[in-house]
Design a binder for this molecule. Sequence first.
Ligand SMILES: C[S@@+](CC[C@H](N)C(=O)[O-])C[C@H]1O[C@@H](n2cnc3c(N)ncnc32)[C@H](O)[C@@H]1O
Length: 283
Amino acid sequence: MPTTKRLTLSDAQFETLRKVVYDRSGIHFQDSKKYVLESRLSRRLEELEFDDYDQYLMFLTSGPYQTDEFQEMFNRITINETSFFRNEPQLDVFEQRILPEILEKRKSSKTLRLWSAACSSGEEPYTLAMILHRSLGIRLADWKIEILGTDISEKVLNIANGGRYPHYAVKSTNPMVLSRYFKQEGREYILDPEIMSMVHFEKLNLKDTYAARRFGTFDVIFCRNVMIYFDDQMKTNCVKMFHKQLADDGTLMIGHSESLRNLDVKFTQLNIPQGFAYQKSDA
Ligand SMILES: C[S@@+](CC[C@H](N)C(=O)[O-])C[C@H]1O[C@@H](n2cnc3c(N)ncnc32)[C@H](O)[C@@H]1O
């Protein structure tokens, strides 16, 4: 029987690879995460029929295929864990405190722009669309709502654009919301086309802070559960970019295990329990 050789990543190769990953994406693999890179990329090396990681590093960093291979690598090494209505207490804060205020402030222009940065397979921006749909009700037709979802991984963006989800994705979704916005087909949950039409997806690497400028200004930016993979420098660059992309009265909402503390950025935390919400400040 043929045996497959499990390729190991030496410490030196790990150092080189994690620097390459960091330089391109800001994702920082700590020493303890060497096995994660190794296990996530070993299948790729087999597919390419490489004998070791030196060949892979060469392939990745030089030659005509490097852009494609970086994309392939990000599809494999990113952690895409997400679900609809993830961290519901924070979403309640958004729905009951932040959204009504911003709707009031925008009542003459009737435009609202939300950005889910690092949206994975779309559950987060689609959740925001459902919240807006139920909050505005029939008034939705009077508003120009734009919800943008971006991620570095094309693989997850393809899932997002498909709008078909496994049970895991809706595990935290209230049964009434589930029956209102999804149709079950076998083991899949198919998202309502009206909700899908409220969200637009684009590929964006948060490392490319200039690339985000083309998306314009937002009223609320959600960037949850990705900064945990970044070091302080990358976090700072990202948050400075969000500062530029937010309206002056806009709000930044981050993950419940993340913080802007110790970062040299101009944001003030709103005093709302469970909010993890920040407002722009000039200080
Ligand atoms: C754990 S998911 C979080 C999804 C969603 N925001 C949530 O909280 O449920 C993290 C996502 O960040 C994306 N990501 C990682 N590094 C990124 C980068 N440099 N630019 C854009 N997206 C990135 C990953 O592809 C992944 O889909």
